[in-house]
Write a protein that binds this ligand. Structure first.
Ligand SMILES: CC(C)(COP(=O)(O)OP(=O)(O)OC[C@H]1O[C@@H](n2cnc3c(N)ncnc32)[C@H](O)[C@@H]1OP(=O)(O)O)[C@@H](O)C(=O)NCCC(=O)NCCS
Length: 219
């Protein structure tokens, strides 16, 4: 399995992948992918296995103070066009990660998260923040609020394939984002706000934008 920077030629395969992964959430459009690659080519990774795209991780840089606890996926990405990417911010925002259902639980997600952490370090950004889906929540929604669901995942009583994975990747759970992604039926629109702090962040040093070539060599 190889993790590499996403290229325009990967758009069709990335769209197919999102279609295989999500039943209710529509894939990015060609225009949205193009806009993403235009704004921040350094932040987009794919996982390739035997020449096939089996994973995707989409990120942008944001000014976290502009969003905080009350943001939605649409507000942070400007409806998936990613022109909210702002290099004066010091937060890497994870806007999408998905792995082909056929190859899950083999470390592809870990590889994509590792690539993101490397990017965060290489850029001297302070942290990675994301709104994580809670795909198991709909099964228990009649019995508990999403806050209780997430806490039970954190203390190990409920298994959620996304939040459990993210906690295992060293992220901290910071609360529930309500109405984050209304199309996400499984999570009933909710998401978990998660954060990973870059231990190497140096506030006195500026943000560094690595070349895609350098990143390709370093992943
Ligand atoms: C979340 C997601 C990206 C994880 O991808 P993945 O490739 O399965 O991730 P990994 O294989 O690295 O880790 C998943 C689990 O497999 C385990 N695992 C990894 N390699 C393994 C191996 N070789 N043998 C056994 N288990 C392994 C991990 O420890 C992890 O366990 P956990 O769930 O108890 O934490 C994937 O489930 C997915 O695409 N979900 C749908 C899309 C989605 O909701 N994305 C999140 C948007 S916020």
């Amino acid at each position: 399995m190889k993790i590499r920077i996403m290229m325009t030629e990967d758009i069709e395969a990335a769209t197919d992948l999102q279609q295989r992964v999500y039943s209710a959430i529509p894939p990015f459009t060609q225009q949205q992918f193009e806009s993403l690659l235009d704004h921040f080519p350094q932040g987009q990774f794919v996982a390739e296995l035997d020449g096939k795209i089996v994973g995707l991780a989409v990120s942008l840089v944001i000014m976290w103070d502009d969003y905080s606890l009350h943001h939605t996926w649409n507000s942070v990405t400007n409806n998936g066009y990613f022109d909210t990417h702002d290099m004066s911010g010091r937060t890497l925002y994870g806007a999408e990660v998905c792995v082909d259902p056929a190859v899950r639980h083999h470390g592809v997600g870990h590889g994509l998260y590792e690539a993101r952490r490397k990017l965060c370090r290489a850029m001297n950004l302070k942290r990675i923040i994301a709104g994580g889906r809670l795909p198991g929540y709909h099964k228990v929604a009649e019995r508990m609020l999403p806050e209780e669901y997430a806490k039970r995942v954190v203390w190990g009583e409920i298994y959620d394939p996304v939040l459990r994975f993210q906690l295992g990747e060293g992220f901290n759970y910071c609360g529930i984002l309500k109405g984050y992604l209304p199309a996400d039926d499984d999570s009933l629109g909710n998401a978990a706000l998660i954060v990973w702090l870059n231990p190497d962040f140096d506030a006195d040093r500026p943000t560094v934008l690595p070349t895609t070539k350098l990143l390709q060599e370093g992943i």
